[in-house]
Design a protein around this ligand. Structure first.
Ligand code: NAP
Length: 281
């Protein structure tokens, strides 16, 4: 009898841009596992049906990328993180039930812990730029790590106000005009807007009001060194980039599907970095 190999996939529309197959393919090889991780281009109107037949299609679970993250939450049994963030990016079948989580939270925090160990020691104030999906994961990561004051700075203030309703009184909704005051004495700034991403204007920011030992983080990984990170490095600040977040968010899914907790190695980072550079040139 031939045994079918365990397989997972990334579901998106479009999906060809996803770097997840490179990451999971590396770990499968590194651990000598006979598994597979594929790309699945799934149209929004077909997504519910695709999930309903995930096992028949040979999958034990998968990642979800744009535009399916909200729908994935509704069509699965979410854990606390997915519920808190309001989006799911990782799915797995457990005794026939489709479960979900949001690994962007541990991706962002894992990258910070690696690049700037101790970043949250004595941290009184953090500033999150943006109020979209990535910003919700970043803000929830700060809530989990008990950051007492979290300024959420967004162009559309009503979306930052919704963060306070979602996450509670430690969130301070802030307009771009009030950014200098928010940065005053802050120990961490995280960019989760699209500003600084290829094809978007740079995030212009004066970091001088921040603490001397402050840390800057960015969710963006194209380009790898965003305008925010460049400015922060020029000030001698420690930084954490979006590629670190991408790599650290992937491990939980791999563990759920293939039963091994993989490591984010220097070799893996170099592999994905080379692929990103190739696509930019
Ligand atoms: P999103 O939900 O569309 O949110 C976009 C955010 O950017 C909103 O806060 C939006 O403000 C702001 N924004 C867009 N254009 C702007 C402009 N011209 N001026 C000021 N603000 C602007 O997107 P998302 O899913 O949160 O993604 C945000 C970034 O995070 C993207 O670059 C994405 O690639 C990255 N990301 C990285 C990872 C990773 O693993 N590294 C994971 C997830 C996301 P308004 O609300 O005012 O429109």
């Amino acid at each position: 009898m031939t045994e079918t190999i365990r397989a997972a996939c990334v579901m998106g529309w479009p999906v060809k841009q996803s770097r997840s197959p490179l990451i999971h393919g590396y770990w499968l090889k590194q651990h000598g596992l006979e598994g597979d991780y594929r790309r699945e281009a799934v149209r929004p109107e077909d997504f519910a049906d695709f999930l309903a037949h995930l096992a028949e299609r040979g999958y034990v679970g998968g990642n979800v990328t744009m535009p399916h993250k909200d729908m994935a939450l509704k069509l699965s049994e979410p854990d606390e993180r997915a519920l808190a963030v309001g989006a799911a990016n990782t799915l797995w079948l457990e005794n026939g039930t489709l479960k979900s989580t949001n690994t962007d939270v541990e991706g962002f925090i894992g990258a910070l812990d690696e690049s700037a160990p101790g970043w949250d020691e004595g941290l009184q104030k953090a500033v999150v730029m943006g109020a979209g999906g990535a910003a919700r994961a970043v803000a929830y990561g700060f809530i989990e790590r008990d950051v007492p004051r979290i300024h959420v700075v967004n162009r559309t203030l009503s979306k930052a106000e919704a963060f306070r309703e979602r996450f509670g009184p430690s969130v301070v909704p802030t307009s771009f005009d009030d950014l200098p005051g928010a940065l005053e004495g802050a120990g961490l700034v995280a960019n989760a807007t699209s500003l600084g991403m290829e094809g978007f204007p740079d995030l212009e920011i004066d970091l001088s009001p921040m603490r001397a030992d402050a840390v800057a983080a960015d969710a963006i990984y194209v380009p790898l060194e965003t305008s925010l990170l460049k400015t922060a490095r020029a000030r001698g600040m420690r930084t954490s980039d979006g590629l670190g977040m991408l790599l650290h968010q992937a491990g939980r899914g791999f563990e759920l599907w293939f039963g091994v907790r993989p490591k984010v190695t220097k070799e893996l980072r170099a592999l994905v970095e080379a692929e990103l550079l190739k696509q930019q040139n």
